[in-house]
Each structure stands twice: as structure tokens, then as C-alpha cells.
Design a protein around this ligand. Structure first.
Ligand SMILES: C[S@@+](CC[C@H](N)C(=O)[O-])C[C@H]1O[C@@H](n2cnc3c(N)ncnc32)[C@H](O)[C@@H]1O
Length: 451
């Protein structure tokens, strides 16, 4: 749901009053008793001064609390409307703190700080009924909280590295806040991470930056649902309109975004057994022993295309490519991304002349490098066979990792077993993507052989 922010630098030396600092120290006292949920919607509606939902209530599901139909619902019905005045965004932070933080930390960290601030106020907080219903640390499974042994299970996936980077990023954000207040506000990094993930797993991007949307955040996710949270600036609210019919008691699932299992696991702490938005990150490098390495690197940097982050937003570079499932194995279909094929064409060039030809072709056309099939069929096949061999290698490595994860028994109990299951879903999803890419490449090469 939420974007990752960029790293920041900070040089403010102003210090807040001590009383403010003291109020920011935290104690954990979250509660998730279900019977308390019945009181939540009336409380929120009273606070908002309007009805939020007449059709849904908060229920229980295999995924924790959920939104459930109270009455028959038909497509087009408004499931709920949550006004902006009962959402938690960075501008809800006390003005003094907000001014102090400025643009030096991202919106997620600001909202996390807001939760911490309100939690510290205890019953005096006007948000107490919401704050006390946030999940407990032990219910959270983002890979940020996985220990080294657990992370080892996903070593094959780029999520492994991404988790380490993300943890460093969050630590940096809190160091900045700490520096800003001149006091160690957070005794343990785990607590900082906990507040941070409470936000990433329950917030939406909004015109106010990032917003926690009470009530909406009891909705669970399905990649198959077309139902999403919509924001209306005009009406100053977030709303969800039904796309399907529901009978009383049915759970209403929404789609948080077109998120891969890697993104779901990092930001929300769960994976889907079969996720249609799965992706795998493939990295290619030009070997140091390649005599044309320098020429190739120069060519690639001269015609570098700007890197666009997709919804999964994982860090990437010019030599890291996100593959999605290739749904049509047919060599004529959309296939694997043009960017990785172009890189392979450059990487497999074996003379300065070939490299120069690619540069001339790019300059004479739209400036994009190696996007057209090589004129020499054999060289085009070789470039794609190279990709196929890389992907086949990865497939073998994924198979070995998945095998090593095979569960000792079918009964899923305990934190480690559920995390092992999540790791399995992550790796099998990424393996599925790799296999579809391999099949497409085989077909593409076979088609060229026949020409
Ligand atoms: C926005 S909250 C949804 C409400 C949450 N179930 C609760 O009890 O508060 C997101 C969290 O719900 C859980 N969740 C949502 N969709 C899920 C799914 N399809 N499978 C497993 N867990 C899911 C995850 O724990 C996730 O971090």
C-alpha cells in the first residue's frame, strides 16, 4: 500500500521541550479482543459525525479480523465511506513535532511516530479505541522481523537482500528522528520496526501523504478482487464500492494493490499460495574477464533508459530485471521484458563491430538500445540461449531451496512453521515465473531455428 521513501539527511539542531520527549516514550499494550470490535464502528461514526457503513461489520476470519457483510450487498453499493477527518496522516502529528521533522523523514515514519505518540497518551488519546486495536508484535510476520535462520529460507529471493536494505533504511529514519529530538526515544530497534510495519501493513497513499484509514484497514486482501480503496478529494473521504454480490456473513476482500508475494511479505507479513502478480528479480552482469567489458559498459550507460519503479517498488538497477509470469508461451506473445533481452544482446556481442552496430541502430532509431532482434539470426538465438541458461540455473537453485524447505509434517503450528510456509509460497511463486520465462525462451529460440 505504501511507498518506500528515499534516504534522507538531517542537520537540524533545535531541541524539543523535555515534556514532549517524555510523552514519546512507548509501552506496548495492544489488545485485539474481538468483542471489542462491535463497539469500534459506532465509536468511529460518532467521531466522524456521519455514518461510515450500514452494510459491513467487523468479523473474524482465517486472516485475523475482517470486514463481513451484515446485509445482502449488490454490485455498485457503497460498502463504506471513511471521512479524512478520522484518518491518521502525518499532519495529525502535533505541530511542534511536525515542524521539527520537516522533510527529513518519510511519511511512514511520521505516521508511525504519531501512533507511538497517541499510544503513549493511553486512555487520554482521542484515538485510543483505534490504537488499542492495532495488531500485537507477535502477530506480525514481515520479513523485517525474521531472524537470520528464518531469512536463510528465502536467501534465493531478492526479498532477502531487500529486507536487509529496508531494515537499514528504517533504522536510518529513526536515527534521524532520534538525532532530531536529541534523545533516545526508542529503546529497541524492534519497537521502531514494529510501529513502522504497523503503518505499512495498514495504510494507503493519499493526498495527505500516507494515511491510516480506520475500519478500511480491517479488510483483508485478495489478488483476485477488483475492489480497491478510492480517495475523493472533492468529498474528502475514502470509499469502497462493491464490485460483487455478497450474502450476509460473507467476507469482503479487497485488493491492496497489484503486489507480488515479496512485497506482501515485506510490507504486510503474509503471502498468497498462488499470486497472479508474482515477480522475480533477475540480475545479469558482464563478466570481468570479458575483453569487451569496458565497451559494453560504456554503451549501456550511454543509452541507459530511466528506471521506473513499479508497484512492488523493490530496489533495482540497470542490470536487475523484474520478470512476471509469461502467460502465453507462444514465441509471438508479449514474452519476457524487452529490457532484459536488450541487455543479453549487448552482453553476448563478441566484436567491437557488433557493439558499434548496436550503437548506430539506437542512434538512428528511438535511442533505445538493442530493442530489435539482431539481424544475424544465429547471434539472436545465442543471446536468448544465454538468457535461457541463466534462468535454467536459477530454476535449479530455486528447486533445491524449495526442497530444503519441505515441512517435517503437514500440521502447521508455531511461528517458524507459518514463516516456512510463507517462504515456500514466495519461492514457488517466483519459480513459477521463471519456468514460464524459460518456456517462452525455448519457444522463441525454436522459432528462430526454423527460420
Ligand atoms: C490491513 S490488515 C487487515 C485486517 C487484519 N486481518 C486485522 O486483523 O486487523 C492487513 C493484515 O491482515 C492480514 N491479511 C490480510 N489479507 C490476508 C491474506 N490474504 N492472507 C493472510 N493474511 C492476510 C495480514 O496479517 C496483514 O498484515
Amino acid at each position: 500500500m505504501v511507498i518506500m521513501s528515499c534516504r534522507i539527511t538531517f542537520s537540524n539542531t533545535w531541541r524539543p521541550p523535555r515534556s514532549l520527549l517524555a510523552r514519546l516514550c512507548c509501552h506496548f499494550s495492544f489488545s485485539t479482543r474481538l468483542e471489542e470490535c462491535n463497539e469500534f464502528l459506532p465509536w468511529l461514526e460518532h467521531r466522524a459525525g456521519v455514518e461510515i457503513s450500514s452494510l459491513l461489520s467487523i468479523g473474524k476470519s482465517a486472516y485475523g479480523r475482517s470486514l463481513v457483510a451484515r446485509h445482502p450487498i449488490k454490485p455498485g453499493d457503497c460498502l463504506f465511506k471513511v471521512p479524512y477527518n478520522v484518518q491518521l496522516a502525518p499532519d495529525n502529528l502535533p505541530r511542534g513535532i511536525n515542524a521539527l521533522l520537516g522533510d527529513n523523514v518519510g511519511d511512514v515514519a511520521k505516521v508511525a511516530l504519531l501512533i507511538l505518540y497517541e499510544q503513549k497518551l493511553g486512555k487520554k488519546s482521542e484515538w485510543a479505541p483505534y490504537i488499542t486495536r492495532l495488531p500485537r508484535p507477535e502477530d506480525m510476520h514481515s520479513t523485517i522481523f525474521w531472524d537470520d535462520n528464518e531469512l536463510e529460507m528465502i536467501q534465493q529471493s531478492s526479498l532477502h537482500q531487500e529486507t536487509i536494505m529496508h531494515k537499514l533504511f528504517v533504522e536510518q529514519e529513526y536515527l534521524t528522528i532520534k538525532e532530531c529530538h536529541g534523545l533516545d526515544l526508542y529503546a529497541h530497534i524492534d519497537q521502531n520496526l514494529f510501529f513502522y510495519i504497523s503503518v505499512t501493513s495498514r495504510a494507503w497513499e493519499s493526498s495527505r501523504g500516507v494515511s491510516m484509514i480506520p475500519f478500511a484497514d480491517f479488510a483483508n486482501h485478495s489478488d483476485l478482487s477488483d475492489t480497491t480503496v478510492l480517495g475523493s478529494e472533492e468529498k474528502q473521504l475514502s470509499e469502497v464500492i462493491a464490485d460483487y454480490s455478497y450474502a450476509p456473513g460473507d467476507q469482503v476482500l479487497i485488493r491492496y494493490g497489484k503486489f507480488s508475494n515479496a512485497r506482501l511479505l515485506l510490507d504486510f507479513g503474509f503471502t498468497l499460495p498462488c499470486n497472479m502478480y508474482d515477480q522475480v528479480q533477475v540480475e545479469l552482469t558482464i563478466p570481468h574477464e570479458d575483453k569487451l567489458r569496458q565497451l559494453k559498459l560504456e554503451l549501456l550507460s550511454r543509452y541507459q533508459t530511466p528506471f521506473l519503479k513499479d508497484v512492488n517498488g523493490f530496489s533495482s538497477s540497470e542490470n536487475s530485471f523484474a520478470l512476471e509470469e509469461v502467460r502465453s508461451a507462444d514465441a509471438q506473445g508479449r514474452g519476457i521484458p524487452q529490457s532484459i533481452r536488450a541487455f543479453a544482446r549487448v552482453l553476448c556481442s563478441n566484436s567491437p563491430q557488433e557493439i558499434n552496430d548496436l550503437a548506430v541502430e539506437a542512434a538512428e532509431n528511438d535511442g533505445r538500445l538493442a530493442r530489435r532482434p539482431l539481424k544475424d539470426n544465429i547471434r539472436e538465438i545465442q543471446a536468448h540461449q544465454f538468457l535461457l541458461s541463466k534462468i535454467t540455473e536459477l530454476i535449479e537453485e530455486y528447486n533445491a531451496s524449495i526442497k530444503s524447505l519441505e515441512l517435517p509434517n503437514l500440521c502447521m503450528v508455531g511461528k517458524l512453521d507459518s514463516r516456512r510456509q510463507m517462504a515456500q509460497y514466495l519461492l514457488t511463486g517466483e519459480l513459477h515465473v521463471l519456468k514460464s520465462a524459460a518456456l517462452w525462451l525455448e519457444n522463441y529460440c525454436a522459432t528462430l531455428f526454423r527460420v
